[in-house]
Design a protein around this ligand. Structure first.
Ligand code: APR
Length: 301
């Protein structure tokens, strides 16, 4: 049975754990600094497994020894945004948290694949790569999957379409400068530019870019967690089942897209070895400029 550890048993971490368990992806370990939080949530989840008809083991605690020899470790430890905060307002606190968490993971599960979720995403996944010393194929950031499902949701809603028929891809950093790729967004194979006015598309693109803040404003006490949790589980599933699905992930670019040494969101083939291949899409002039702007924002942080 694959072993999946999730560090941070808060909103995002516990949803990711629950979905991964419900899908029977492996045995789940939840870790949190807060005493009892991970153990309590893990026990509660475990007790729901007979209803789900799944035999996943779920345990939790504060000791990293529980995570030993994990196949995948998901990092959601950190603080989340409150209204008025940008993802970058989290950088100091969350960098400190990464410095305490990543070495523990490296010690217990040196062969694992790391999926970083903590914000600001592209900077935190870069830091995790540096701190772990893991090869780049085994260090990924989760953001693009979430951004592209938001895009699909809004398009499906606008057109009254089945979400399953909507394909979408989002590139770039996880923030206001992300690039929802309009040219690659289709409904039953038809480009959305043939189905919606430019005005409507612009409104949706802006809503995708601000998708996180829309929820932060409503919640007032934290940030999104259902869609992020399920997006993590989708990545975990693609890796565990060696699906070779193409998903947008934050990975280290070393020459791809003409970019050197920056972690940023691009389409990646996900399989048992992690980020098995970076897919280089053709970008039009406008998308290229937007991508370069997004890259330079991550670089200057
Ligand atoms: N080790 C382990 N867990 C930690 C540590 C640490 N050093 N520091 C904090 N945590 C735990 C907290 O105790 C808390 O339970 O991380 C959890 C974070 O949970 P929430 O506050 O509910 O935040 P959440 O909404 O899950 O977001 C976590 O993911 O999407 C990003 O921007 C978001 O950076 C944030 C992260």
């Amino acid at each position: 049975m694959p072993k999946i550890s999730i560090i941070g048993a808060g909103n995002v971490g516990s949803q990711a754990a629950f979905y991964s368990a419900l899908r029977g992806l492996g045995d789940i370990v939840l870790v949190d600094v807060v005493d009892g939080l991970a153990a309590g949530k893990a026990l509660d989840m475990l007790e729901s497994m007979p209803i789900a008809g799944v035999n996943s083991k779920i345990i939790g605690g504060s000791d990293y020894a529980l995570t030993r020899d994990s196949d995948i470790v998901v990092v959601t430890a950190g603080i989340a945004r409150k209204p008025g905060m940008s993802r970058h307002d989290l950088i100091e606190t969350n960098s400190r948290i990464m410095r305490s968490v990543i070495p523990e993971i490296g010690k217990e599960s040196p062969e694992s694949i790391l999926i970083v979720v903590t914000n600001p995403l592209d900077e935190m996944v870069h830091l995790a790569h540096t701190l772990s010393g893991f090869p780049k194929q085994r260090v990924l950031g989760m953001a693009g999957v979430l951004d592209s499902v938001r895009f699909r949701t809004f398009i499906a809603e606008e057109l009254g379409a089945d979400v399953n028929d909507v394909k979408a891809m989002v590139l770039g950093s996880h923030g206001d400068l992300m690039i929802p790729l309009v040219e690659y967004c289709t409904v039953k194979g038809e480009k959305i530019s043939n189905l919606l006015s430019q005005e409507k598309i612009d409104v949706i693109v802006e809503r995708v870019r601000k998708g996180g803040v829309e929820i932060v404003k409503l919640l007032k006490t934290g940030s999104a967690f259902f869609a992020p949790g399920l997006s993590i589980a989708a990545m975990v599933e693609a890796i565990i089942k060696d699906q070779k699905n193409i998903m947008p992930c934050s990975v280290l670019l070393q020459g791809e897209y003409g970019v050197e040494d920056v972690f940023i969101g691009v389409p990646v083939k996900l399989g048992r070895n992690g980020a098995e291949e970076i897919i280089e899409l053709e970008l039009n002039k406008e998308e290229r400029l937007a991508f370069d702007k997004s890259v330079s924002q991550v670089k200057t942080q």
